[in-house]
Ligand binder design. Structure first.
Ligand SMILES: *Cc1c(COP(=O)(O)O)cnc(C)c1O
Length: 385
């Protein structure tokens, strides 16, 4: 059937009708009063979402643009940084840092495991000469469905006194609690096609006062992503370059919806969907990839034993038009991932679980009783009502 695709990948995520309609309006001039009003309003809304008093800047570019901007605006040639790496996006941080000639010490954890905060603490305490300028990590590691303990790591960084945190919050912002000011986070990057419920194309960057201090010293090359220009323009509710005007319409509409829902409800919705998905998979006899207790609110990675995860994923798409994500790199064929991020309802979660269960049965791969996964998902949704 045409136009019936359901996205259950970790971005792009489904977009509400209201937001699509906002997107479909005729563009307006980006230096007009009308557009300034939208920039002013969305800036306030973004502060609300980030739970911060600092400016949240909007960049036209995907999430990686905000990640790169965070690095090149706060660091200088040859700076030493600690980089957390427990998946594909941790690896990306290492690549960006190396691309700009930083001295990178990598703190690794096996894929599926969370980063160990004590390893960060040890490296920071041993850094007597205060050489470490930044601690860079991913909050929700989308490739493995693991959430890292950002709050604890941030505490250790603050105790160091010199280093700042630079964090990829791309699949945690708008999915779980990320109180930027309360946790003392310094650089927070996120992207529009995730919890924001709008299409890809915008990214967001918030920086603490400490990060803005670092920005003054930073000497890495930059032009399009020079945040000085973005901040200056932001004071006039404007942008240094032509922004994705229609995506701003969508952003305002989506943030209106999120504000109506409220932060607590948004986090609860993601938590329920995460738990209900996990319960469904376990009841079907499928193993979860992320270590128990460290599942991401945005995405559940499933590692079915003796089943080709790619075959299953493709069959679900073929039969039900539900797009699941595959495993990346060495996890290809071993893992499939269910996105429950953004504009996802109980119905979507129930349908996804039922579709996976039905597909397994039709492939003769279902070990448990048909309907057990669905029943567990429905029960968990009710229990966490
Ligand atoms: C999606 C995602 C990004 C951003 O990727 P882009 O393709 O540049 O938007 C970054 N980090 C994580 C954890 C993500 O899930």
């Amino acid at each position: 059937m045409q136009d019936k695709l359901t996205l259950m990948i970790p971005g792009p995520t489904p977009v509400p009708e209201k937001v699509l309609r906002a997107l479909g309006k005729h563009p307006i001039g980006h230096r007009s009063k009308e557009f300034q009003a939208i920039v002013s309003h969305t800036s306030e809304q973004l502060k609300w979402l980030h739970q911060t008093n600092e400016d949240v800047l909007t960049i036209t570019g995907s999430g990686t643009a905000a990640m790169e901007a965070g690095i090149i605006n706060t660091l200088s040639h040859g700076d030493k940084v600690l980089c957390g790496d427990n998946g594909k996006f941790g690896e990306r941080w290492v690549k960006v840092a190396k691309a700009f000639g930083l001295e990178v010490e990598v703190i690794k954890a096996k894929w599926g495991k969370p980063l160990d905060p004590e390893k960060f603490q040890k490296a920071l305490v041993e850094d007597k000469n205060k050489k470490i300028q930044a601690v860079i990590l991913t909050h929700s590691e989308t490739s493995t469905g693991v959430i890292n303990d950002l709050q604890t790591i941030s505490k250790y960084v603050q105790a160091h006194g010199k280093a700042i945190t630079i964090t990829d919050c791309v699949t945690s912002m708008g999915a779980c609690n990320v109180p930027m000011d309360q946790w003392g986070l310094d650089v927070v990057a996120s992207g529009s096609q995730k919890g924001y419920m709008i299409p890809p194309g915008l990214s967001f960057l918030a920086m603490s006062k400490r990060a803005w201090e670092a920005q003054k010293r930073s000497n890495l090359p930059k032009f399009y992503l020079d945040l000085n220009a973005y901040q200056k323009a932001a004071y006039k509710n404007s942008n240094p370059f032509t922004p994705a005007v229609n995506l701003y319409f969508a952003l305002e509409a989506a943030l209106n919806m999120l504000q109506e829902e409220g932060l607590e409800s948004i986090y609860k919705r993601h938590y329920r969907h995460q738990k209900a998905t996990q319960a469904g998979m376990k009841a079907m006899g499928l193993s979860l990839f992320a270590e128990e207790g460290y599942g991401s609110p945005a995405i559940t990675a499933v590692a079915p034993e003796n089943i080709d995860a790619e075959e299953l994923r493709k069959a679900v798409k073929e039969k039900f038009d539900i797009l699941l994500a595959g495993g990346q790199d060495h996890l290809k064929g071993k893992v499939f991932r269910i996105g429950h991020l953004g504009f996802i309802s109980d119905r979507d979660v129930l349908t996804a679980v039922a579709s996976i269960e039905s597909t397994l049965q039709s492939l003769n791969l279902l070990n448990n009783k048909m309907g057990a996964g669905m029943a567990a998902t429905a029960a968990k949704l009710q229990q966490l009502e």
